[in-house]
Design a protein around this ligand. Sequence first.
Ligand SMILES: N[C@@H](CCC(=O)N[C@@H](CS)C(=O)NCC(=O)O)C(=O)O
Length: 251
Amino acid sequence: MNDKEDNMILYGVPISQPVRAVIWTLLLKGQDFELIMINPGSKGDMGSRHPNYLRKSPSGTIPCIEERRTGFVLSEAHAILCYLCRKNSWHDLYPSELRTRAKIDSYLHYHHRGARDASLGLFAPKVRKDLNIPELIQTISISLVTRTIKVLESAWLAESPFLAGKEMTIADIAAYVEIGQLHPRFTNLFDFNPYPNVCTWLDRMANVEHHDNVHASLLALGQIDKKSPTIEDIKNANKMGHALINKILGR
Ligand SMILES: N[C@@H](CCC(=O)N[C@@H](CS)C(=O)NCC(=O)O)C(=O)O
């Protein structure tokens, strides 16, 4: 890891998809940070709906970053990824060439009513039964994520190995944490067989450095298509993922 000059806090839990995108980016770039566990949706002391956290992240969601040196706070995973890349000149992950960057931004916007619905339609109904997500919402979300996977298959990944070209960028990271979680190597919640380009891309992403470290908590849940994890399973998986990240960071 590089020096701790701008030691940053990342609020969240490693099982959260957008939190994983930020963790992966930071680990890939060897950037030090402290992961402070914030429980999504909880009004408790360390919850994302507690007034102390809402002062930092008014939307009450994770991830959120806080720079110790400047006091700057920022929520929304994609805004965080773009900010970190711009600030640190991580041009490999977010090229400064105008049109490549525009393609990445295009995916990042599209994601919110596309791949992100993998969590609302497929993942959350299994792991957050307490949310009682209505059937209609699940059905709409499943159709949105299915349509996105079709679009990735026939357009974004039809001509290039990664979403915005020959190299992996933050667009791939953002997409993978949602779509990849559905793969049989993790939850087994989607049949990817009709989508060979997407399958190849998923395997390519699974070979990127720190993939296994970032996804350790998800892997710990195992396949959940037939049996939902308990709250205890989720807590333990997050704790284990947190400990692993701390170990990598030398904390
Ligand atoms: N658009 C946001 C979504 C963040 C989000 O929905 N995070 C979930 C956890 S995966 C959360 O914090 N949920 C708690 C809540 O909404 O109360 C981003 O990309 O950062």
